[in-house]
Design a protein around this ligand. Structure first.
Ligand code: AMP
Ligand code: MG
Length: 295
């Protein structure tokens, strides 16, 4: 997935934690084999190669995540769009980034329609309507992976832990001393002092930021979150941190809220039970939803 995964579990002894951590990292590897766009042999890459050729069988968790991505797109008015694959490829982020020709980007639009994806969850089949279409789950797969690892560990009897797939974090239980897990919201400018702090014993927190993957040209920062309306990097926000019951929800929403901007994003958050958000805008201003619990 091109990132770092950190898993912490609470156990009676270090040897007791070993098998749980081994199983957890095996699950991360299994998710990478499904969702990676870096690997040509992933289920995602194989599906994209068969775009326009009818329904394709996929692993059950794959169908589940595609359905979640589709729902996130609907919920956010298309700010989250899992069909941006061809546009992301044209931007070449992160391997060989360059500002694409606006006409070339525009020409891709018929391939970026979120309606081009059909998913049959019960039958574990996904259809991409036209050749050249490409699913991209980079905005939601890390949170889903955190959820899967957490469920696996809980199933193995691990009562507390924290799973961080880059900035997509799932927590449960408490630290050995009975206090909550602590999560800091990073300073987008790289300062060592967190811009906000959270103390959690359940749920998920995801951050989308313009500092995660980007390149600079003529003093302009081009980062990896595209506004589906312009097909250029979304402007106005440095980072948005979302608190939600699951990692899948938090991850998908963080990417969408980054695109939607502070006003529209917070208006949506206020309609969603169990979801809170914190924005750091381009001018450094911090704005939160009404129920944001941080200190
Ligand atoms: P995240 O770090 O979770 O915000 O995910 C960013 C990644 O999601 C990018 O690297 C792209 O692969 C993908 N992406 C970019 N823009 C969008 C968008 N508007 N909707 C969905 N996925 C996107
Ligand atoms: Mg995301």
């Amino acid at each position: 997935m091109g990132t770092t995964v950190t898993i912490t579990v609470v156990a009676a002894s270090e040897p007791a934690a070993g098998p749980a951590l081994d199983a957890a990292f095996a699950e991360v590897a299994a998710m990478e084999r499904m969702f990676s766009s870096y690997r040509t042999d992933s289920d995602l890459s194989r599906l994209n190669a068969l775009a326009g050729q009818g329904p394709q069988p996929v692993p059950a968790p794959f169908a589940e995540l595609v359905a979640a991505a589709r729902d996130t797109a609907a919920l956010t008015g298309g700010a989250f769009n899992p069909m941006l694959g061809p546009a992301i490829k044209l931007w070449g982020i992160p391997e060989n980034p360059a500002v694409p020709d606006a006409a070339a980007l525009d020409a891709l639009r018929p391939l970026l329609d979120p309606a081009g994806i059909t998913v049959d969850v019960a039958g574990a089949r996904v259809t991409l309507a036209r050749p050249g279409m490409a699913l991209g789950l980079g905005g939601i797969a890390k949170g889903f992976t955190a959820d899967r690892v957490q469920a696996l560990l809980r199933g193995m009897g691990v009562g507390a832990g924290i799973v961080a797939v880059a900035g997509d974090i799932r927590v449960w239980g408490t630290r050995p001393d009975g206090t909550p897990w602590r999560i800091g919201v990073r300073d987008p400018d790289g300062g060592h002092k967190p811009r906000a702090r959270l103390a959690l014993t359940a749920g998920a927190v995801s951050t989308s930021g313009d500092y995660e993957r980007f390149f600079e040209l003529d003093g302009v920062r081009y980062h990896h979150i595209l506004d589906p309306r312009t097909l250029f990097p979304a402007r106005g926000v440095r980072s948005v941190t979302v608190l939600a019951p699951t990692g899948t929800r938090a991850d998908g929403l963080a990417t969408a809220l980054f695109v939607m901007g502070v006003a529209d994003g917070l208006a949506l958050v206020e309609t969603l039970p169990g979801v809170e958000a914190l924005y750091i805008a381009e001018n450094g201003a911090v704005t939160t939803s009404a129920g944001w619990p941080g200190t």
